[in-house]
Design a protein around this ligand. Structure first.
Ligand SMILES: *Cc1c(COP(=O)(O)O)cnc(C)c1O
Length: 448
């Protein structure tokens, strides 16, 4: 690290570049690409050191549901801070974690009545994978230990989660560290080409999965999917029918279904859990990102009575011996409870039906633009792709869009040629419209 003699003489971003290794970043790109220091947030707006405002169209990496510095969440955390900030969850419990578990379980009508906590999303995925694996051992089927994942799926970047992730750029360097998995076709509706429909794509994906399960189910513990939207995989969307059929196959072939709702849960898809669109429950459901309103690291894996019972025994080693230091942190649980309360008292899921209509209208221009394809929306996620022939330099398109977004005062982070928005559930109709026209202007400049 470069030693900075007088920090007051050096810009915060330069000190950051000297001392902080930023995530998901080629640090050298910052030689020509700005790093932005945010010193304040209010509602959907972020403010930099100089007071410049940016509309946060992607909810701070898909986490923020009710705005920055939300009075109700702030208050809940402050209140909890006066009581107990943290206590280990092994051998101890506390009011926020009990209440949160009860509330979440009730949201699944008791179908997923046991909640295991961690701190980040990838850890919740690890927990689901390990629980499934261990369940089959406890049930005398230790050979059922492989996982099935979807083409283009994303489940996090720790080694277990990365193994079931199919995004090349994240896996490339680490392939030899990862366990072997089966990767099956994605039901991504964009694959419907030359006379094929989205239903045909689902049918094909199900046929492929059935072939795989028929042949190998004796070796397979679970399949992991992102319900309805493969978010990191360029917001690839698909029909709930796929989930319903996967549930049937899992039942027929005795394979667990893991629904990774870390990005699509907490109302993002239009219902609280995305699985509800298909009228199914998985064996494991993971949540993180939005659950604490984007305030504090919190993740969890919910599961069924059947799974829970399998671990219940006089023998210690039959228990699920997994832990993280900050598992079920009281402050994070208090933030999550405040979020659930906002969902209830402000009727958020109903309100979001109106908000997603606003969103559609704000981007109606993109539906008919001949340079754009695959316009799609699921609840509070809207995305479209810029056709490759219209992009001069594909390798820098996303970064250029980000830059021109800044000029138009919007924070967006396109993935490849996909532009998407995933805003917090608090935008006024005017802010939503402003977001649409700012992104249109930015796009015109990049494509000019
Ligand atoms: C973000 C994400 C994860 C990983 O969560 P982290 O908190 O970043 O570890 C896992 N699965 C899905 C679907 C995600 O979008």
């Amino acid at each position: 690290m470069k030693v900075i003699s007088d920090p007051n003489q050096v810009a915060l971003v330069d000190r950051s570049l000297a001392a902080v290794w930023h995530p998901c970043t080629q640090m050298k790109h910052h030689e020509s690409f700005p790093l932005i220091a945010i010193t304040k947030g209010k509602g959907a707006w972020l403010y930099d050191e100089n007071g410049n405002a940016l509309l946060d169209c992607i909810s701070s990496w898909w986490t923020n549901l009710f705005g920055h510095s939300n009075p109700r969440i702030n208050n809940a955390i402050t209140q909890q801070l006066e009581k107990i900030e943290h206590v280990m969850l092994a051998g101890f419990t506390h009011p926020p974690v009990v209440e949160l578990s009860e509330k979440l379980s009730a949201l699944t009508n008791g179908n997923l009545g046991h909640v295991f906590y961690a701190s980040d999303g990838a850890s919740a995925v690890e927990i689901a994978l390990k629980m499934s694996h261990h369940f089959w051992q406890l049930n005398g089927k230790p050979q059922k230990k492989k996982f099935v994942c979807l083409e283009n799926g994303y489940h996090g970047e720790t080694l277990g989660a990365l193994a079931v992730t199919d995004v090349a750029i994240f896996r490339e360097a680490y392939g030899s560290m990862l366990q072997d998995v089966y990767t099956t076709s994605s039901p991504d509706a964009r694959k419907a080409k030359s006379g094929k429909s989205a239903e045909d794509v689902v049918k094909q994906a199900i046929e492929d999965l059935e072939q795989l399960l028929k042949k190998n189910h004796g070796l397979i513990a679970a399949i992991i999917v992102e319900p309805l939207v493969q978010c990191a995989g360029q917001m690839a969307m698909y029909s709930p029918e796929y989930l319903r059929l996967v549930r049937e196959l899992c039942d027929r072939y005795e394979v667990h279904l893991i629904a990774d709702e870390i990005a699509v849960g907490c109302g993002r898809s239009g219902k609280f859990f995305a699985c509800e669109h298909a009228g199914i429950w998985p064996d494991f459901l993971t949540l993180s990102k939005g659950i604490s309103g984007g305030y504090l690291p919190l993740s969890l894996c919910m599961t069924t009575e059947k799974i829970y019972r399998a671990f219940y025994s006089d023998q210690t080693r039959h228990g699920f011996l997994h832990s993280h230091s900050y598992t079920g942190n009281p402050l994070a649980c208090a933030a999550a409870l405040a979020c659930l309360e906002i969902f209830e008292t402000e009727n958020i899921l109903e309100q979001n039906k109106v908000r997603s209509k606003d969103l559609e209208h704000a981007f109606i221009w993109a539906k008919t633009d001949s340079r754009i394809e695959h316009w799609r929306q699921q609840g509070m996620i809207l995305a479209f792709d810029i056709k490759n022939e219209n992009i001069k330099k594909p390798s820098t398109f996303a970064r250029e869009m980000f830059l021109h977004g800044l000029t138009e005062r919007v924070l967006i982070r396109p993935i490849g040629n996909t532009i998407y928005v995933m805003p917090p559930y608090i935008l006024s109709p005017e802010e939503t419209a402003q977001m649409g026209s700012a992104i249109q202007l930015a796009l015109e400049k990049v494509l000019a």
